[in-house]
Design a protein around this ligand. Structure first.
Ligand SMILES: NC(=O)c1ccc[n+]([C@@H]2O[C@H](COP(=O)([O-])OP(=O)(O)OC[C@H]3O[C@@H](n4cnc5c(N)ncnc54)[C@H](O)[C@@H]3O)[C@@H](O)[C@H]2O)c1
Length: 355
């Protein structure tokens, strides 16, 4: 519990996704960003000017030593999160870390064991806070679906294809570091879908996984299908692809849940309950996207103040990282996809039909 009206916040990392964090902090109740830091000092200065933040630094150590911070928001590359959380722990500053908490499950387990008792650590698994997933959770908890018989979630995007306008690969213009990562789609993006499915249905075991790569500009996977099952027998699939022509570079998730009483269909940010009861909710994807940052950050502040549990604690993140590790292990050697040698299966000519 932290009994202070306004908590002092420092932000580490002023890259691409920090824009959404700063927008969320600007409307957060009970906390104020007082300092920002990025080794690229120009980025830190620009964010400080943009959001009226009084101090900026190019060294996390210097910022934490000087600013009497209560909270730190870590928005740096995945391989730096653990060192930043450890540094925060040395200064007694509670930490919100971007996902994935660490590049591997083993590193995350070691981190949680080491700092767990000293500071509070939450992971920004913001997808889970999206309005349509919380509505689905309400329906599931109210028993509207009857027996749940199958669930599948898909993230299909064109973000690893060259753009028509300039030939550049959209995902790499936003996150250049992805070009060199050996773990791309599952570790960077599907970790969110894994987290949402765990939030809705409970812990998941990986039965199988298959990955592939089509984009020549990266070394990791840009497509993946994961077959999972809950402890009570529900089969869940998660699939994603970043090279799906015709799909938006930032297309939202598609989710279907089959139930014996009602089923759920989420497509294009339109959520439907169908069957014995019918409901339709139309969401504005841009609003949902920003609001999930706002909700996650507000939850972090509220729970630090009240001493209550985090919905997306570092300990909880271990469940998603366990799925990620098992998925990569079971996927094994990844094929490189190119123009396929399809078997000669041209359909026979059938008389009497015009198609
Ligand atoms: N939750 C989400 O929806 C979401 C979306 C995109 C990215 N992310 C995550 O956010 C993190 C950052 O991603 P990004 O796309 O903004 O990356 P980015 O490369 O655009 O920005 C990272 C910034 O961190 C800075 N940095 C590196 N080490 C630092 C340190 N020790 N202290 C302070 N700053 C440091 C870099 O100079 C850079 O400006 C990653 O973990 C990524 O997976 C989350």
């Amino acid at each position: 519990m932290l009994e202070k009206t306004i908590l002092r916040v420092g932000v580490l990392g002023c890259g691409m996704i920090s824009a959404d964090h700063f927008a969320a902090w600007a409307q957060c109740q009970g906390a104020q960003v007082v300092a920002v830091c990025d080794p690229m000092a120009d980025r830190a200065r620009a964010r400080a000017e943009q959001f009226g933040i009084p101090a900026f630094y190019d060294s996390p150590e210097a910022m934490m030593a000087a600013e009497s911070l209560d909270l730190i928001d870590i928005i740096t590359p995945r391989e730096t999160h653990a060192a930043m959380v450890r540094l925060a722990a040395r200064h007694g500053i509670h930490a919100l870390s971007e996902k994935p908490l660490c590049p591997t499950l083993a590193e995350a387990e070691a981190l949680v064991a080491e700092v767990g008792g000293t500071i509070r650590v939450m992971v920004n698994e913001n997808w889970r806070y999206r309005a349509y997933f919380r509505k689905i959770a309400e329906w599931l908890q109210a028993g509207k679906l009857g027996t749940i018989t199958l669930a599948r979630m898909a993230l299909w995007r064109s973000s690893m294809l060259p753009r028509a306008e300039d030939g550049k690969i959209h995902a790499l213009t936003r996150q250049a570091f992805l070009a060199k990562e050996e773990r791309v789609l599952i570790a960077e993006s599907l970790i969110h879908e894994i987290d949402v499915m765990r939030a809705l249905f409970g812990e998941l075991d990986v039965l199988a996984c298959s990955t592939g790569r089509a984009c020549p500009g990266i070394v990791g996977e840009d497509s993946a299908t994961i077959l999972l099952r809950t402890g009570y027998g529900l089969t869940v699939t998660i699939d994603g692809v970043m090279t799906a022509a015709g799909h938006d570079t930032r297309a939202p998730d598609r989710l279907e849940i089959a139930g014996t009483r009602c089923s759920v269909v989420l497509e294009g940010a339109v959520l439907k309950l169908i069957g014995a009861e019918e409901e339709t909710h139309v969401y504005d994807e841009a609003v949902v996207r920003q609001n999930c940052f706002n909700a996650s950050i507000q939850h972090f502040v509220d729970q630090v103040k009240s001493g209550g549990p985090f919905w997306t604690s570092a300990e909880d993140q271990l469940g998603s990282l366990r799925v990620m590790e098992d998925a990569y292990r079971l996927a094994g050697q990844m094929p490189v996809l190119s123009a396929m040698q399809l078997p000669p299966v041209a359909p026979p000519r059938i008389t009497g039909f015009d198609i």
